[in-house]
Design a protein around this ligand. Structure first.
Ligand code: GLN
Ligand code: ZN
Length: 757
């Protein structure tokens, strides 16, 4: 058996590529200097794979920004507005990635979208009616040659034709199928070039095959490959899938003239059954994704061995591989200096996963796999009782019944009680929570963290910020106030730091998009609330005003989705543990006189399964109840808000209503208010604040513009249910634009109020 991986992280163990790129953007280094840094990373990655015992090493998994964008450039699918700037090749590429504003012109970047169910984002290729798709770039060939010159014959990785056409946005009349012939030709030409260079394998990444596929999709996929594959000559083609199973097209894949098929045995719920029940085509190599490319835990060799043993007789040749590219995990544990040994030994980042692949190969090839020391070490690691078990939490979660997940009295009755209690005007105004995190705020937090100023000094600073923020909101005339979230660095990290069961790493950076990386906290043990997390600030803020002060929390699903989750208990169980902790905070806020509490679920949609048929059972059936558990214990007169950062919830609208919040605010300003029709059609009962202006831009919306937005909303939402607010938190905005924007918002709401009462 051989070992391989689908791709390796390219930012560098200490984010070298990020820093070099940003310097290049600021013109502090030259293109040559950036290229040299990039080459260093590539060669390091090449050598570490070789040294760890990886047999088949990929290339072209490197990218200056994003692999889909690379593919668009490779095949000439680049909108003219970028090429016409007359910049260098690299700068044209960066213009498409990040936008360009300078002496040569002013263009926005391509759209960016979430990469399947990960927190990585890709650039959406734009194709219009006269786009000519043809092989025009040279990057994959250059990188193949570079690796060859360094002694390794790699397997170049390219986004596959089907996935590429599915991800593109079509600006004209033509659709994906209209580009099938030229796309297939371009890919065939690519294979031809690689044959000439002496490549043995080429890998086509086709994650779109794990999504629900229509008959038309399958037809497009098959027709593409029937045209591409005859051109492959001496090159072997690996059709690589990941992020799920290929249940809709397994038969068709097996029938293609490809030489290898890559399947995900980790996230693909049906992958094992597909292979076990249907067999695997003779003469093809099965690249078995058994090492999780999305999480940071050590592989459970006992489980992996069972998987490999179960399919061994089905395929004539198996390559042991990762479930997806290692892009989604941090580079190396080497730079983690503070993890205690008993925890560290459970971790495997990209580099450590390479070793795991080699160990798995050794185990399955040995005569008595279960007697190998590697196997036994893994078994004891995975059976040992981990620290961080909290019996009380486990028991509480185990004992939950349906009754605990329902808030009473039901919505309409609460709405009546709350209208009476708060006596808010029509179209109440509020904000989403954070106020500008100025340089001063960040600097002071840093000073506190490094011990330069004392906790008392820091607390006094935060109090001052809160007092100013409350005074400002009163002056502007908002109806429901917030404290401003000055004490928070990040909406998940802040809570993670206050909860028992979380671990923080130093260097576990993962690319989110371009040069932006995130460092998700790790859920290690059972989650519990060590102490009140927000009560002190909420109470202080409320003491400064007679208006209702919103308590601000992050919800359990968002906290879970933006962390590395455990694998030794289910996501559902973790979600309920976090929900229990947040619930305690909610009740504590209520007991301390906070009458409105917002529980943000910014990332609710993030981990929605890729297949619609899995939505309920795998996700919504526990995610929505976990949210309900957070607030089911409050009194009828306490008002629960939630917030989501997007408006794409037409397809889960019932579930959103089922969260049973009293008010929901969300992003609507950039999505032409289409969601409002959906709300009306579904008799959405939760009160709504569809953001009336876009906080992602420094622009100040005029009063009239906001009034127009309110007017459009009123056509679709009963006046008694409409709130007026920006579409997200103001943390990234400057105070200069925030004040006039909110003043205009309040003025617009007042006018609308007068006209409608
Ligand atoms: N309450 C948070 C804030 O205002 C919400 C952030 C978010 O939705 N991403 O910053
Ligand atoms: Zn938001």
């Amino acid at each position: 058996m051989k070992t391989s991986i689908i791709g390796y992280p390219r930012i560098g163990g200490l984010r070298e590529l990020k820093f070099a790129s940003e310097k290049y953007f600021r013109r502090e280094i030259t293109q040559e200097e950036l290229e040299s840094e990039a080459r260093k990373i590539r060669l390091y990655n090449l050598n570490i794979q070789k040294d760890s015992g990886i047999d088949l090493i990929p290339s072209n998994d490197f990218s200056y920004y994003d692999g889909v964008l690379d593919t668009a450039f490779l095949f000439g699918a680049v909108p003219a507005r970028y090429t016409e700037l007359g910049l260098s090749e690299l700068d044209t590429y960066f213009a498409a990635a990040r936008g360009y504003q300078g002496e040569k012109g002013d263009v926005k970047a391509l759209a960016m979208k979430k990469w399947y169910n990960t927190n990585y984002h890709y650039m959406v290729p734009e194709i219009d009616d006269d786009t000519q798709i043809r092989l025009s770039g040279s990057k994959p060939f250059d990188l193949f040659t570079e690796a060859l010159e360094n002694g390794v014959k790699t397997r170049p990785v390219i986004v596959g034709a089907y996935t590429f056409l599915k991800l593109a946005r079509y600006k004209g009349e033509k659709k994906a199928a209209d580009f099938a012939a030229q796309t297939a030709k371009a890919y065939a030409d690519l294979l031809d070039r690689f044959a000439g260079l002496g490549a043995e394998w080429v890998q086509f990444d086709e994650p779109s095959l794990v999504k629900d596929m229509t008959a038309e999709d399958i037809k497009l996929f098959v027709s593409l490959y029937e045209k591409i594959l005859p051109g492959k000559k001496s090159v072997k083609v690996l059709l690589q899938t990941y992020f799920g199973d290929v249940r809709d097209c397994y038969k068709e894949i097996c029938a293609l003239d490809v030489d290898g098929i890559g399947l995900d045995f980790t996230e693909g719920r049906k992958t094992f059954d597909l292979v076990f029940n249907n067999g695997f085509p003779k003469g093809k190599v099965l690249f078995a994704g058994v090492v999780n490319g999305k999480n940071i835990w050590r592989n459970d060799y006992a489980k992996t061995c069972l998987t490999i043993e179960g399919i061994k007789d089905k395929a004539s040749e198996i390559v042991i591989s990762t479930s997806c590219s290692l892009l989604h995990v941090p580079c190396t544990l080497r730079n983690e200096t503070k993890l205690p040994d008993n925890i560290r030994k459970h971790f495997a980042y990209a580099e450590e996963k390479l070793t795991e692949l080699a160990e798995i190969r050794k185990i399955v090839e040995s005569e008595h796999p279960r007697e190998t020391s590697e196997y036994q070490r893994s078994v004891s690691l995975h059976t040992e009782v981990r620290s961080g078990t909290n019996e009380a939490v486990r028991e509480k979660v185990a004992k939950l019944t349906d009754k605990d997940l329902v808030r009473l009295p039901e919505f309409a009755e609460r709405e009546r009680i709350q209208k009476e209690r708060f006596g808010l005007p029509l179209f109440p105004t509020t904000t989403i929570g954070s106020f500008p995190q100025t340089a001063e705020v960040k600097k002071t937090r840093k000073a506190f963290r490094s011990g330069e100023i004392s906790a008392e000094e820091y607390d006094r600073f935060i109090e001052k910020k809160i007092a100013d923020c409350v005074a400002l909101q009163e002056k502007i005339g908002l109806d429901v106030l917030v404290h401003g979230e000055f004490e928070r660095n990040d909406m998940v990290e802040y809570f993670g730091e206050c909860l028992d069961g979380y671990i923080f790493t130093e260097k576990a950076w993962v690319q989110s998009y371009g040069t932006r990386c995130v460092k998700p906290p790790v859920i290690w043990g059972d989650i519990s609330r060590a102490k009140p997390m927000t009560v002190r600030w909420a109470k202080y803020a409320q003491s400064l005003t007679k208006k209702p002060m919103k308590g601000m929390l992050t919800g359990p699903v968002t906290i879970l989705n933006w962390s590395f989750p455990r694998e030794d208990i289910s996501l559902k169980e973790s979600a309920f543990q976090i929900a229990l902790a947040i619930r305690e905070e909610v009740l504590d806020l209520e007991a301390n006189g906070i009458s409105v509490i917002q529980v943000d679920e910014a990332a609710l949609r993030e981990k929605l399964p890729l297949r619609r048929s899995d939505w309920r059972e795998d996700y919504l059936d526990w995610a929505i109840p976990a949210f309900r558990y957070v607030h089911s214990g409050v009194r009828p007169e306490t008002q629960i808000h939630t917030h989501m950062c997007y408006s794409e919830f037409a397809d889960i609208i019932r579930d959103i209503d089922d969260m049973d919040a009293d008010v929901i605010t969300f992003e609507a300003s950039r999505s032409d208010l289409a969601i409002l029709d959906v709300l009306r059609e579904n008799n959405f009962r939760t009160e709504v604040g569809p953001g009336v202006y876009d906080i992602h831009s420094p622009r100040i919306p005029s009063k009239d513009e906001i009034k127009t937005a309110i007017g459009k909303m009123l056509g679709r939402i009963p006046a008694s249910k409409l709130w007026v607010n920006p579409d997200c938190g103001l943390k990234t905005r400057g105070i200069e634009e925030t004040v006039p924007s909110l003043e205009n918002l309040v003025a617009a709401a007042r006018e609308a109020r007068n006209e409608n009462s």
